[in-house]
Design a protein around this ligand. Structure first.
Ligand SMILES: Cc1cc2nc3c(=O)[nH]c(=O)nc-3n(C[C@H](O)[C@H](O)[C@H](O)COP(=O)(O)OP(=O)(O)OC[C@H]3O[C@@H](n4cnc5c(N)ncnc54)[C@H](O)[C@@H]3O)c2cc1C
Length: 410
């Protein structure tokens, strides 16, 4: 199994494990087996079971302890590529559709959290995408005009307007109203699984799927516990493992995060909005329900979550340097917030697809398997879109926007 997390992430570190599930101790049959109990597998299994499809969910380890447990869990319509960047890659119609799909995913997640009735830390937020330097001003204005042209609720902030809202230097930025959110990824994953189990889903932890054998009637999964799951179809929601198996549709990318102790207030931070700069690599920030700050980013493709540099040199010092850079950046930006103390430092590896979009659906040559590879900085919103698509495909209907995320675009 690929290791995706190092350090103690805030979510899994601070929460008690709400429910534990046994390993698979017998041969079983079901309609659909979802492999991987991160947010992608949990949302997918939840949607399938809700639709009355007999579902089994399994994970090698504990549910929610993969990339999901380290996620910054910002839900947003902005994709890794800004709208102009994505337009250049896939054309304007598809790029706008991808942005709108993320808004739909966010709306659906909000609705699910209300229906679940559990405290999963969901809050709707505004977002601010900005350039700290003059050289980004032109590009930011063009990006704003394109978003406005396509009716996204955006406002352009020049350095004067921005100074009224933020304590840090902004040359130009786009303030989007109500198109972002934040959630606790671990509690959300757990709440989805617990709800689905309450309506008949079967869930097994510490159960690795080791051999997959499709045939004309369905698919057989042999597990590390020496039992077989027989299903009509399987969903591969194993995150980076699925990406690796699917011939590298996503390359590993490590993100570094620090979380502060609770702070007394958020002076100089308008509406506690989600903040992201246009750097490469970029830095982003969100607040937590207990008044902490999470700052993350500085992504690297050559340092994995263990601080192994280019898979050769074990260099914890590199990790520490990233955490120090994040802390210094936070202190230098949030000058009106006193006593910023860092309590959690961790990093996690997710995947980076060429266009920032997920890979969802079937793959030529792999019968009865549906892939749900939802990585990158919108992984959670993509996981919701993936769950809808997989449910609709299983039921034989047309799935909205599946062309955007299909393997055919490779
Ligand atoms: C540091 C960091 C910050 C991020 N920030 C954001 C953010 O702000 N917003 C956002 O939307 N996304 C963010 N992401 C991305 C998002 O968190 C991920 O895309 C998402 O969590 C992926 O979920 P997943 O279920 O696909 O993968 P995972 O959570 O990794 O789950 C896969 C599961 O599959 C299991 N598994 C693997 N192989 C097998 C097997 N053979 N048999 C059984 N089980 C198996 C693993 O044990 C694991 O639990 C971030 C990611 C990281 C690492």
């Amino acid at each position: 199994m690929i290791q995706t997390v190092t350090g103690t992430p805030y979510w899994t570190g601070a929460a008690k494990i709400p429910s534990q599930y046994s390993y698979l101790a017998e041969d079983i049959e079901c309609e659909i087996a979802v492999v991987g109990g991160g947010i992608a597998g949990a949302l997918c299994a939840f949607q399938l079971q809700q639709a009355g499809i007999g579902t089994v969910l399994v994970d090698t380890g504990l549910f929610g302890f993969g990339s999901t447990g380290a996620s910054s869990s910002i839900l947003q319509y902005d994709i890794d590529y800004d709208l102009i960047g994505l337009k250049e890659l896939i054309g304007v119609d598809k790029a706008v559709r991808a942005y709108r799909a993320c808004i739909r995913g966010l709306d659906e997640i909000e609705k699910i959290t209300k229906d679940l009735g559990a405290n999963v830390g969901f809050t709707r937020r505004d977002s601010f995408y900005y350039s700290p330097s003059e050289c980004g001003e032109d590009a930011m204005k063009k990006e704003y005009l394109l978003r406005r042209h396509h009716d996204f609720p955006v406002e352009y902030l020049d350095n004067v307007k921005a100074a009224d809202r933020f304590s840090f230097r902004v040359e130009a930025g786009i303030y989007s109203t109500g198109l972002a959110g934040e959630i606790d990824p671990y509690r959300f994953t757990q709440a989805l699984i617990s709800d689905a189990v309450s309506i008949g889903m079967r869930a097994f932890e510490n159960t690795s799927v080791e051999v997959v054998t499709p045939d004309l009637a369905g698919i057989s999964l042999e597990t590390s516990t020496h039992h077989t799951i027989r299903a009509k179809r399987m969903v591969n929601a194993t995150g980076l493992s699925a990406a690796k198996e699917a011939r590298g549709v996503a390359q590993p990318r490590t993100t570094f995060c620090v979380v502060t102790a609770p702070v007394a207030g958020f002076e100089g931070w308008h509406n506690r909005c989600i903040i992201r700069d246009n750097g490469s690599p970029y830095i982003y920030m969100r607040t937590l329900p207990d008044d902490r700050i999470l700052i993350g980013g500085l992504d690297s493709r050559v340092i994995n979550a263990n601080g192994i540099f280019a898979r050769v040199m074990n260099t914890p010092a590199i990790l520490q340097r990233k955490y120090d850079m994040l802390e210094n950046k936070l202190v230098s930006m949030m000058t009106d917030i006193d006593n910023i103390l860092i309590e959690y430092r961790f990093s996690g590896t997710s995947g980076d697809t060429g266009d920032g979009l997920p890979y969802i659906g079937s793959r030529p040559g792999y019968p009865n398997v549906l892939y749900d590879i939802c990585c990158g900085s919108n992984g959670i919103v993509f996981a919701q879109l993936g769950a809808d698509i997989i449910r609709d495909l299983y039921l034989g209907g047309n799935a909205t926007d599946m062309d955007l995320f299909s393997f055919n675009r490779l």
